[in-house]
Ligand binder design. Structure first.
Ligand code: PEP
Ligand code: MG
Length: 752
């Protein structure tokens, strides 16, 4: 019963529309309860009535039409009492009302439960049986659970309907600030691809039109692929990607593939979508049962190609793709690969209904310097092509801003552009504070970045290379050789400076499409070093690839994420020793030597604060991931929009932890840097300088600004302010730091 319940709930959550959710629910509930009928009546408060909205068992003609005044019948009674009513013989009840048009003459038992969300009655869920026998208690609790689930789906749909109906979005809509900056441009709504499973098998006599439509769709997909490959080929950073699209292209051009579909349309008189589905499904099942990994990969390719063709056929999205002018990308869930499909030239902002600050899309948006807001509730259809303001600093969007608001934002954007030009002018100057302190500013990256060679030389290295990002761009786990190639390309691109590569940090909200980890509590689950230590061959392969890649450049250091215990560090280090001997032996055979990389551990899990002394002898350096450290210290999921207000890196506990870590590591004589988002923020940087940190790693988008800021700061003055404060009232400290920054002419950095 529990499994059935879970399945129904999952189908309600996953349903693309309320109608479909209700249809699934009534059909599956009827079956699970061995009932003869299950129906949903939705409340229409303005008209004081219920409407039969969905049913499996009542006459189809009545669905959507039959209404019942509030208070009438058993449904009305459930609504009035706001509690379940369970009867063996419904027609015998005084409240029973006979509705001839719904065809319920044959039903006797009745179980009705109210659908309530935040004390508001949204409807009534009803199950009926022909036999005159009461539903039992477990049936009742089954229905109550389903009604609660349905309630949130209905409330959400109603909210979207209200917005859509009003077609006016008064005021800002809040979400999560995922990437800083502001943008104003028309919305380009990306609809998810049509899922092959949703396609029905439909026949037609007009086969010529269907063949023509199919050929056009193939042509459009081919054009898309050509464009994509051209763009990706121009970007060295993405050189791994085009291969995937070449395979797609070959498949589409393979005449036997197209001809099979054309034949299916002609011989079976099928709609083009149905023929694509049938033919591709058959090919997929043949390949999938072939057993070999290669064939299974090809099955995935066919599915992808089929999805692209189906989407063209269904939505003809190409017509919307007039992406020659700036757009704000809006989608249910913006993924990293979707971001890559939109030319950066026109992509001005990102709005994602789902998603988090830590998703790869958010990380990529930050590294591309594109403002992004995630976790926004919006009806996609209603915003398409309307002007949108994305305020990535406040985590808000405004749809159809009035002219004053729009002007204000355009003004801010233009001022920021000037500021960026100003700070970039002195990018290459040394980062030394007013009082002569050298501060090290390194880069966070995951892809090769768009930097001038002279800039690459002056930065203080790459402090965090997130290896999960190149993994994310693959279709399956990259081989050791593929990894070696992309690490080597990156190490070569930054050959003059040290590069710290972090071993794979997947799990949590960072999911590889080909290796999904399903967990009920993923942030506390199988992620980072926990996962790779359980998959030692994966870790070894990564180590070896990094070491081989570093052979020529000797600028590699390695660190491990999500460390919780000294045992993990010891084990990860032991494996690195093993990988090192393997690779150095290989190199010795070729007459070359290999340098042992510096090895570090990230401080992200609070347990680390209390075992620094145990870990210090095992590592050369530490790196503080303030994003995760904040999440775990405050027990606030950094990807959950409902608690985003509580996610505060300036919480006294986080700041005291940062202060204490620094003090303790000073005695342990180990280097430490900070690589979380905090260092890209001006106030965050001042606080960290005040605690004594001197090595930072940040996104490229913040780098010029932070370098400029440090050159104008007297670090000893900032330290004095920070040390004087007991970190109880951060508000006062922030004010003092802001005041000081303003006195140095830096108000634009700290006041926005
Ligand atoms: C962090 O947690 O601060 C960090 C730098 O790692 P990531 O954001 O990739 O989890
Ligand atoms: Mg982290």
């Amino acid at each position: 019963m529990l499994t059935l319940l879970r399945k129904i709930i999952e189908s309600v959550i996953a349903a693309p529309s309320l109608q479909e959710a209700m249809r699934n629910l009534v059909a599956k509930t009827k079956e699970s309860l061995n009932a003869d009928c299950c129906s949903i009546y939705l409340a229409e408060p303005k008209e004081n009535r219920f409407r039969l909205a969905s049913s499996d068992g009542l006459l189809a003609e009545a669905i959507g039409k039959t209404t019942l005044p509030y208070g009438d019948g058993l449904v009305g009674l459930v609504g009035r009492k706001l509690e379940p009513i369970n009867l063996a013989d419904a027609p015998a009840h005084p409240n029973f009302k006979y509705l001839p048009e719904v065809g319920e003459d044959c039903f006797r038992s009745f179980l009705g439960v109210p659908i309530v969300e935040q004390r508001e009655l949204l409807g009534v869920l009803v199950a009926q049986r022909k036999a005159s026998k009461k539903f039992d208690e477990s049936d009742e609790s089954f229905m109550v659970t389903l009604a609660a689930q349905l309630a949130s789906k209905i409330a959400h749909a109603q909210m979207l309907n209200r917005m859509q109906a009003a077609h006016s979005f008064s005021g800002p809509i809040r979400g999560i600030a995922a990437s800083k900056g502001r943008a104003v441009a028309p919305a380009f709504v990306w609809y998810p691809q049509l899922d092959m499973d949703q396609v029905a098998i439909v026949h037609t006599d007009d086969i010529f039109t269907q063949i023509e439509l199919f050929r056009q769709a193939v042509f459009q997909v081919q054009l898309d692929l050509d464009r994509l490959m051209l763009r990706l080929n121009q970007t060295s950073a993405r050189s791994e990607v085009p291969e995937i699209f070449e395979i797609y292209s070959m498949m589409i051009n393979d005449s036997s593939f197209s001809e099979k579909i054309v034949r299916a349309i002609g011989e079976q008189k099928l709609m083009a979508v149905s023929a694509v589905k049938l033919v591709c499904q058959e090919m997929i099942s043949q390949l999938a049962t072939g057993g070999s990994r290669y064939l299974q990969d090809r099955a995935v390719d066919i599915k992808d190609v089929a999805q692209r063709i189906l989407s063209k056929l269904a939505h003809n999205q190409a017509a919307k793709y007039n992406l020659d002018s700036p757009v704000i990308l809006v989608a249910d869930e913006v993924s990293a690969s979707l971001l890559m499909e939109i030319p950066t030239r026109v992509l001005k902002g990102v709005v994602s209904l789902k998603g988090s600050v830590n998703s790869h899309a958010a990380i990529m948006a930050r590294s591309l310097n594109i403002p992004a807001v995630m976790g926004v509730e919006l009806p996609l259809d209603a915003v398409d092509r309307r002007t949108i303001v994305v305020d990535g600093n406040r985590g808000e969007i405004i749809v159809d801003p009035d002219s004053a608001v729009k002007e204000e934002y355009l003004e801010i954007i233009s001022r920021n552009r000037h500021l960026q030009e100003l700070v970039e002018k002195e990018f290459c100057q040394p980062v030394v504070s007013v009082d002569g302190q050298r501060v090290y500013v390194a880069l966070n990256a995951g892809l090769n970045v768009d930097m001038k060679p002279e800039e690459k030389r002056v930065i203080d290295g790459v402090g965090l290379y997130r290896t999960e990002i190149p993994f994310l761009l693959q279709r399956s786990f990259p081989t050791e050789l593929e990894q070696e190639n992309f690490y080597s390309e990156f190490l070569g691109a930054f050959r003059d400076v040290p590069v710290c590569m972090r071993t794979l940090d997947v799990g949590g909200d960072k999911q590889l499409p080909y290796f999904r980890i399903e967990e009920s509590n993923p942030a506390l689950g199988w992620r980072g070093i926990r996962m790779t230590l359980d998959n030692q061959s994966m870790l070894m392969s990564q180590y070896r690839a990094m070491l081989r890649a570093s052979g020529k450049f000797e600028n590699l250091s390695i660190m491990i994420p999500m460390v919780t215990s000294a045992e993990e560090v010891r084990e990860a280090r032991r494996l690195l020793d093993e990988a090192f001997s393997e690779v150095s032996e290989e190199m010795a055979d070729a007459g070359r030597t290999l340098k042992y990389p510096k090895f570090g551990a990230m401080i992200e899990v609070p347990s680390m604060i209390y075992i620094l002394e145990d870990i210090a002898p095992l590592v050369d350096f530490f790196s503080i991931g303030s994003n995760d450290l904040t999440q775990y210290l405050l027990a606030v999921d950094r990807s959950n929009s409902k608690v985003s207000d509580l996610y505060n890196p300036y919480h006294p506990a986080v700041l005291r932890a940062l202060r204490d870590i620094r003090r303790r590591l000073e005695c342990l004589d180990r280097k430490v840097d900070v690589c979380g988002e905090m260092c890209g923020d001006a106030t965050g940087m001042l606080l960290l300088l005040g605690f004594g940190y001197r090595i930072f790693s940040m996104n490229l988008s913040c780098m010029a600004k932070i370098r400029y800021l440090i050159r104008r700061i007297d670090v000893s003055r900032v330290t004095e302010l920070v040390e004087k404060n007991d970190l109880k009232d951060i508000g006062v400290l922030r004010e003092q730091l802001t005041e000081y920054a303003c006195s140095q002419g830096l108000q634009r950095f700290v006041c926005e």
